[in-house]
Design a protein around this ligand. Structure first.
Ligand code: IMP
Ligand code: MG
Length: 180
């Protein structure tokens, strides 16, 4: 079976080239914004697993300021296509006094980011901003301030480039709509 046939339920949405181009722009913007602050201490990227792992790997290679990287695990979906409304957050991060940039794949209802930012704010970082590859504003139930957005997307279910449905499709180079 060809790759196209095996994924016939996925409609192309963002090509690998358009993602790469956008990441170059985001990397430049973040590097400019953090130039002064990172003279003191490196920018600390906190990547939300699992979905943001490929985005973060590509984004970090576009940064020209000193940075360190750590990971936080959040899951809200299980095997469903809609949020369960519950978020499990697992981490063991040292954040006090650091400039944090949270790196997320998609901000949907906003619940995950609200939970994570509330937990991390209590640990007294020097600053904290959010960078998300995709933003689905139509689905928002909990307000979130996103400093860096890759693409604003409609309220459809997307997969690929790290983003899964029931743990599948993460390895796809482009992002597509999973047809139900
Ligand atoms: P929120 O808590 O509703 O904002 O959900 C955020 C998380 O749900 C994201 O980090 C994704 O892991 C997952 N998610 C939201 N929309 C999609 C989608 O279209 N495809 C796959 N996962 C999604
Ligand atoms: Mg996620």
């Amino acid at each position: 079976m060809s790759e196209q046939e095996s994924h016939s339920a996925i409609t192309p949405f963002l090509s690998a080239e358009s993602i790469e181009q956008r990441l170059r722009e985001m990397g430049r913007a973040i590097s400019e914004d953090y130039l002064e602050r990172t003279r003191q201490s490196p920018l600390h990227l906190v990547v939300v697993l699992k979905g943001a792992f490929i985005f973060a790997a590509d984004l970090v290679r576009q940064l020209t300021v000193p940075c360190t990287i750590d990971f936080i695990h959040a899951s809200s979906y299980g095997s469903a296509k809609t949020s369960s409304g519950k978020v499990a957050v697992k981490h063991n991060l040292a954040v006090e006094g650091r400039h944090l940039l949270l790196v997320e794949d998609i901000i949907d209802t906003g619940l995950t980011m609200q939970r994570i930012t509330a937990e991390l704010a209590a640990l007294k970082p020097a600053s904290m901003k959010i960078c998300s590859l995709l933003d689905k504003p139509e689905a928002r139930l909990h307000p979130v301030e996103i400093a860096y957005t890759g693409f604003v997307v409609p309220n459809t279910f997307l997969v690929g480039y790290g983003i899964d449905y029931d743990e599948q499709y993460r390895q796809r180079q482009s992002i597509g709509v999973l047809n139900s």
